[in-house]
Design a protein around this ligand. Structure first.
Ligand SMILES: Cc1cc2nc3c(=O)[nH]c(=O)nc-3n(C[C@H](O)[C@H](O)[C@H](O)COP(=O)(O)OP(=O)(O)OC[C@H]3O[C@@H](n4cnc5c(N)ncnc54)[C@H](O)[C@@H]3O)c2cc1C
Length: 559
């Protein structure tokens, strides 16, 4: 078995498979030898220019600014593939590309884009994006203290930013600050570009050591002390930089989700290879039913989470609102990655726990990802707040009614029920349960902000909605690949299993949430029981788990 088998088996149907494959080859050819020459905590200073020389930087930047005119979806495959090689490299790229570069692209005028972007896309300069401050991370838009002050001599930047990726090595910083007029009026959050060259004396950079993971990434505390900022280095719109920063964060979150899945894929591949070689009870560890029962859900979790990440990126690409989708995709993918990297260590036993084995590094690297670029709690609040909004009659733009989903998926080519059978019925039960419980939560939670007595219930609702949304993306992707005749029997089994198990979970959790609200509803209990019955009928106890990592014939050949 080769190290790239899971990439091939799970993602061969993906439009970006060839790009993902070439990123993997670049990793093997250039990054692994480079990493082997670096110290365990040494910053890979040549990485961005190596990646740029191979065409993997600036992929979503228009060609006129030095990029490849590609899409956000393309960046995801690049970040995922680099993460499978090394988490720190992927974090370095994500901060450079999804944050610093994106902000200049979204907030810069044509002259600013021409001025700064080619330096970032060519790898001549490394970019850093400075939002977080020592006193505030999640709450930063309400408590930003870095100041961009107007004086008779021009603009001056003062303040501290912390946890800044690439902070010690960046040539260009995009800094978010409060703009203050000469008379001290607060003109709102504004972004500016600060160059490190010429400001060495006025920017104090302190490397933050002692991280749990991402050891080769550069994390810094920055102090800006009367740094002069030219008027043409102020990005737009003046006073509304927070709005652009939020858009940047949404794109960044999808990138972090892809990074998480790269770490998870690498861990799964390594655990699978190890288990084939490890002998236990007269056979290989891989062949033990319990090992199979671990590897299959890991593989399923990876594929399923990827559908969510891709779908969120497509919304962004189509210039549709994708805030809720980006939050759901990040929470789901980063938490799946934590489970998968953890289980990989368990499968590899004592060796998995040792620094010499990369699964140990992947696990520590993955731990950052439910915190950075929006902690999971904050993202769950955002999901709940949007889906429970009293002013929205329905949540149909995020999670459509199943009839609408069917129209979107089949476009008149027959029913989803006949294609997905019991899985589709289970999804109907889950969808009905979530819609019912949403009304109950809305009635109980009259809320306008995060400080709600019903915060815990809202978070539980966010989880239900996320699982249902992911199931919808799985059924859409599944239908697409079946109709494109590129689904293997393994894909089909995986999709059917997921639809049924996730629907059981949704129905169960919906009943539980209702109980927490002090209510019961016979209809929800019936839905749960019917979902369980579907699961029992489709998956009787003696049915073997699908064999992971087997090369399966295409469905068009076997059906
Ligand atoms: C290695 C690393 C790299 C980073 N890179 C960058 C970078 O390049 N640029 C940048 O600007 N930032 C960066 N960050 C900062 C990162 O984005 C923040 O750490 C993150 O946003 C969380 O902020 P915080 O650490 O201040 O935690 P806090 O906001 O203090 O949150 C702490 C905990 O409390 C929870 N919480 C917060 N508010 C509530 C509430 N109302 N109710 C219930 N729970 C709540 C959070 O979910 C979290 O679990 C980086 C961080 C790290 C560790």
């Amino acid at each position: 078995m080769t190290g790239r088998q899971i990439l091939a088996e799970l993602h061969e149907e993906d439009d970006f498979f060839l790009l993902a494959k070439s990123v993997g080859e670049f990793g093997d050819r250039e990054l692994v030898p480079y990493l082997n020459r670096l110290g365990a905590e040494e910053f890979p200073a040549r990485f961005i220019s190596l990646a740029a020389n191979n065409g993997f930087v600036g992929s979503a930047v228009p060609a006129e600014y030095g990029g490849q005119s590609g899409t956000l979806e393309g960046i995801l495959s690049i970040i995922e593939g680099i993460a499978a090689c090394d988490g720190s490299l992927a974090l370095t790229l994500a901060a450079h590309e999804s944050l610093a570069t994106s902000h200049i692209l979204l907030g810069g005028n044509d002259r600013q884009r021409h001025n700064y972007l080619p330096r970032l896309t060519s790898g001549a300069d490394i970019g850093a994006w400075c939002l977080t401050e020592p006193q505030a991370g999640s709450n930063i838009f309400h408590d930003m203290r870095t100041r961009l002050e107007r004086s008779p001599e021009g603009w001056k930047l003062n303040g501290e930013k912390t946890f800044i990726t690439n902070g010690c090595h960046a040539g260009l910083f995009v800094v978010l600050a409060r703009a203050l007029s000469e008379n001290g009026r607060d003109d709102g959050i504004t972004a500016c570009v600060v160059e490190s060259r010429g400001n060495e004396e006025r920017i104090a950079r302190t490397a933050l050591h002692g991280k749990m993971g991402m050891l080769r990434s550069d994390t810094a505390l920055l102090k800006f002390d009367d740094v002069p900022v030219a008027g043409d280095a102020i990005l737009g719109p003046f006073g509304s930089g927070g709005k652009v920063a939020r858009q940047v964060l949404l794109r960044g979150r999808v990138g972090i989700a892809a990074l998480a899945l790269g770490l998870a894929r690498d861990s799964l591949e390594r655990a699978a290879v190890y288990s084939k070689e490890r002998k236990v009870a007269g056979g290989s560890l891989f062949d033990q039913p319990l090992t199979q029962a671990k590897l299959s859900p890991m593989e399923e979790g990876l594929w399923v989470a990827w559908q969510g990440v891709r779908s969120a990126a497509r919304f962004a690409e189509a210039l549709k609102p994708f805030k809720v989708q980006a939050c759901m995709a990040k929470v789901f993918a980063t938490e799946a990655a934590l489970r998968i990297t953890d289980e990989a260590i368990q499968i590899m036993g004592g060796y998995g726990y040792m620094r010499d084995y990369k699964v140990e590094q992947n696990y520590r690297d993955a731990r950052l990802l439910t915190i950075g670029e929006g902690a999971s709690e904050i993202l769950r609040f955002a999901v709940a707040r949007n889906l429970l909004d009293q002013d929205r009659g329905d949540m149909g733009d995020v999670i459509p009614h199943l009839e609408n989903l069917e129209v979107a998926a089949r476009r008149g080519r027959g029913s989803m029920g006949s294609l997905w059978g019991p899985g589709w019925r289970a999804l109907q039960l889950a969808s009905e349960s979530v819609r019912f419980v949403r009304e109950q939560v809305r009635q109980k939670c009259h809320r306008t902000d995060l400080v709600s007595s019903r915060q815990c219930e809202e978070v539980r609702f966010a989880d239900l909605a996320t699982l249902l949304w992911i199931s919808n993306q799985v059924v859409l992707a599944g239908t697409r690949i079946v109709e494109g005749s590129s689904a293997s029997p393994k894909h089909i089994r995986m999709i059917e299993n997921f639809l049924i198990h996730s629907s059981i979970e949704v129905c169960h959790q919906a009943s539980e949430l209702l109980r927490v609200l002090g209510l019961t509803e016979t209809k929800l209990c019936r839905n749960y029981i019917e979902a369980l019955q579907i699961g029992a009928a489709v998956n009787p106890p003696d049915r073997p788990s699908p064999m992971p990592l087997s090369h399966s014939p295409r469905v068009s050949e076997s059906r």
